[in-house]
Design a protein around this ligand. Structure first.
Ligand code: FUB
Length: 333
């Protein structure tokens, strides 16, 4: 394996995406999706993302060798999963590590599963059932300073978030244009869902709730505001006592953020973190390492632009004196 370098693929021996980075036991652990090296046709439901397992990447520091800890979970080990193990995340609590992952169940509905380990690099042992009341994709786990833990989830289109607006899953016409069953025009956009986890980290304490993302006038961001509305890939972190919710805008390919005094929001839109990358999807995490902050993200540069063959990268992230994140261009050094 080679040494980590900013703005370069972390590893090249497999395709990786959707990096969730954490510091555990003084080392950096990255929990990415694993894009398969297969030929698939893209569609707006994301059927090209055919991932089946997870690897964990480990680094002593941001300049050291990147170690692939190997396959830590495979879908054949999870009884409820039929396909598409998408973007995972990992949390530490009570001396254990909890890997949260979305996948389609046997009915084709995205649910969130959890698998546990005594070590951050796995292997992880899955629970036999998905988390009760879980739905959609892209779990981000956030453990607050007071020990309370939350899952932030949700993705439009292939991520099925629109299909839960009544509180239960409504499949609709399978031939409909993805997203056409969601809010339109001036209607408030759908936010991600935040749910507090039980003390054992295995269930929701109560049903997850959509959070509101407001504009500078305190009005909900509208569905038509594609440069700012929530699409997928949420991440929550805390900086100077404020909760930062960052996410992908999907169709416009930005990573943007909003802040709040509570993990349940409402959040107020603040600005852009990352300009578009090569490839359709953009997905990230933010982590503090030795007093500096880093953005982990992906693009499709390693495959020459194939959307479903991505590579994980990272770069330093800076705040200004007011706590605003300075916008980055992924191809500036
Ligand atoms: O990797 C599959 C999907 O693509 C993720 O769940 C989304 O966030 C997007 O990156």
């Amino acid at each position: 394996m080679s040494k980590a370098e900013q703005n370069k693929p972390l590893v090249k021996h497999i395709y990786t995406a959707d990096p969730s980075a954490h510091v555990f036991n003084g080392k950096i652990y990255v929990y990415p999706s694993h894009d398969l090296n297969v030929e698939v046709t893209d569609n707006d439901n994301g059927d090209q993302y055919v991932m089946e397992d997870y690897h964990v990447l480990e680094m002593d520091s941001v300049t050291s060798e990147v170690v692939d800890c190997g396959e830590v979970l495979n879908m054949r080990e999870v009884p409820w999963v039929s396909k598409q193990m998408w973007a995972p995340d990992c949390a530490y609590k009570n001396g254990k590590y909890y890997l949260y992952f979305p996948a389609k169940d046997k009915d084709g509905i995205f649910r969130i599963g959890v698998a546990t380990s005594d070590t951050p690099g796995g292997k992880f042992t899955p629970e036999a059932e998905p988390i009760k009341g879980s739905f959609s994709i892209d779990p981000c786990s956030f453990v607050d300073d007071d020990g309370r833990a939350y899952l932030v989830t949700g993705g439009l289109w292939g991520g099925q978030l629109e299909k839960w607006q009544t509180g239960s899953f409504v499949m609709g016409d399978p031939d409909m244009i993805p997203g056409s069953d969601g809010p339109k025009g001036d209607e408030p956009a759908l936010g991600p869902c935040v749910g507090e986890l039980t003390d054992d980290m295995l269930q929701y304490k109560e049903a997850p709730k959509h959070v509101q993302i407001l504009d500078e006038n305190g009005e909900p961001i509208k569905a038509c505001d594609e440069k700012r509305r929530y699409f997928e890939g949420p991440w929550m972190h805390k900086y100077n006592g404020k909760y930062y919710l960052s996410y992908s805008t999907g169709t416009t390919c930005y990573i943007v953020y909003a802040t709040s005094d509570s993990p349940f929001g409402p959040f107020t839109y603040q600005g852009r973190i990352l300009e578009p990358v090569i490839g359709w999807t953009t997905h990230h995490s933010i982590v503090e390492v030795d007093g500096k902050w880093y953005l982990f993200y992906h693009d499709s540069s390693l495959s020459g632009g194939i959307n479903s063959k991505r590579c994980v990268k990272f770069r330093e992230l800076n705040y200004d004196a007011d706590g605003k994140i300075i916008t980055m261009n992924p191809y500036d050094n």
